[in-house]
Structures are given as C-alpha cells and as structure tokens.
Design a protein around this ligand. Sequence first.
Ligand code: SF4
Length: 81
Amino acid sequence: MSVPEPMIAGASTDAAAGPLRVAVDPDICQGHARCWQVCPEIFGLDEEGHAVVAATEVPPELAEKVQEAMDNCPERAITLN
Ligand code: SF4
C-alpha cells in the first residue's frame, strides 16, 4: 500500500503533467522578500529588492517550500503550475 504524496493546492502532483513551474509577476511584486526568506533556493532579489526566480522548474523536494513562499506572498504575485 503506497503513502499518498502531500497535496499542493492549485497544483497538480501528477508526474505525467511534468515538473511544477513557478513564476513571479513583476507587475504585482512589491519587494517584501518573504519568498526569498522562505525559499532562497528558488527565489532571489534584484537590485531593487523585487523577486526573481532562479529556477522556474521546482524540484520535488522544494515544492513544499515554494508553496509556503506562495502562501506568504502578501501580493499573491507567485504562481505555481
Ligand atoms: S513575497 Fe511576493 S511581493 Fe514579496 S518579493 Fe516575494 S513575490 Fe514579491
């Protein structure tokens, strides 16, 4: 009997659907840097403190942290598909 994978809201965990992809909308991002604090492996900051994505494809082991970063973004600027 297999143990189910943790579900990520709004994102498919179906391996056939391919890797999760993360993006930050630069028109919405206000530079709170919460994403970077939660998951510096994926999020960086530009010279103005706005988020940049270092890797659009999210490794499975970082999916939970990216989800947490997304949940903590006050502007809802992060999307995960
Ligand atoms: S937490 Fe959201 S608004 Fe703040 S830097 Fe990250 S993406 Fe931008």
